[in-house]
Design a protein around this ligand. Structure first.
Ligand SMILES: [Zn+2]
Ligand SMILES: [Zn+2]
Length: 192
């Protein structure tokens, strides 16, 4: 995902990048429940132009991943549409305060600043890969849900409640405190 900076002018130029298979897995530390491959390759579409010395990027990241719903455990497709905007200033001889940003500037020709949507660039080309990866990671659900109001599974019979009532709630439930009651009676009996 490289942009050659000397090609950029004041007129916004469209770019489109698509990730190859393995790109996501190679870059991603294993995280429980996180798919290793997107079900649709990630695609980055953007417009790039210069404003004076600054590089201005605006676009969006698309794609889809398959997640397991944390409530009903069903697999579902999570579509990704992550808009972004970045203004990169020439780094010049400045050195980023954070070592990670300094490394990124040397490796990718760009790094992000402390404020979102701003950063620095250095050199002839910038590689957006690390930025895109980070933006995708931040957009992924921490608690995946197949839908906002997923009712999950019945705690008694395990039925998927989204498919309809399982009938458990209609039966008169045995009080869970009945067991506690007998335990309490037993222990107090021993004590006396
Ligand atoms: Zn669900
Ligand atoms: Zn049930």
């Amino acid at each position: 995902m490289k942009l050659l900076l000397d090609r950029l002018t004041a007129t916004p130029t469209p770019y489109r990048f698509e990730t190859a298979s393995g790109w996501w897995r190679a870059a991603q530390p294993a995280r429980h429940g996180l798919p290793e491959e997107p079900s649709e390759p990630f695609a980055v579409e953007l417009l790039a132009h210069r404003i004076g010395e600054d590089v201005y990027l605006e676009g969006s990241i698309g794609g889809a991943l398959e997640f397991e719903c944390s409530r009903c455990l069903a697999r579902y497709r999570h579509a990704l549409h992550e808009p972004f905007r970045l203004v990169l200033e020439p780094a010049g001889s400045r050195v980023p305060a954070e070592p990670e940003a300094d490394e990124a500037l040397a490796r990718d020709g760009m790094c992000l600043g402390e404020e979102s949507e701003t950063g620095w660039f250095r050199g002839e080309e910038i590689d957006l890969g690390a930025f895109v990866r980070e933006a995708i990671s931040l957009s992924l659900p921490v608690q995946p849900l197949c839908r906002e109001d997923c009712p999950g599974l019945c705690p008694r019979c395990g039925a998927e409640l989204a498919r309809g009532a399982c009938g458990c709630a209609e039966r008169k439930p045995e009080s869970p405190f009945a067991v506690l009651g007998t335990l309490r009676l037993g222990s107090s009996g021993e004590r006396s």
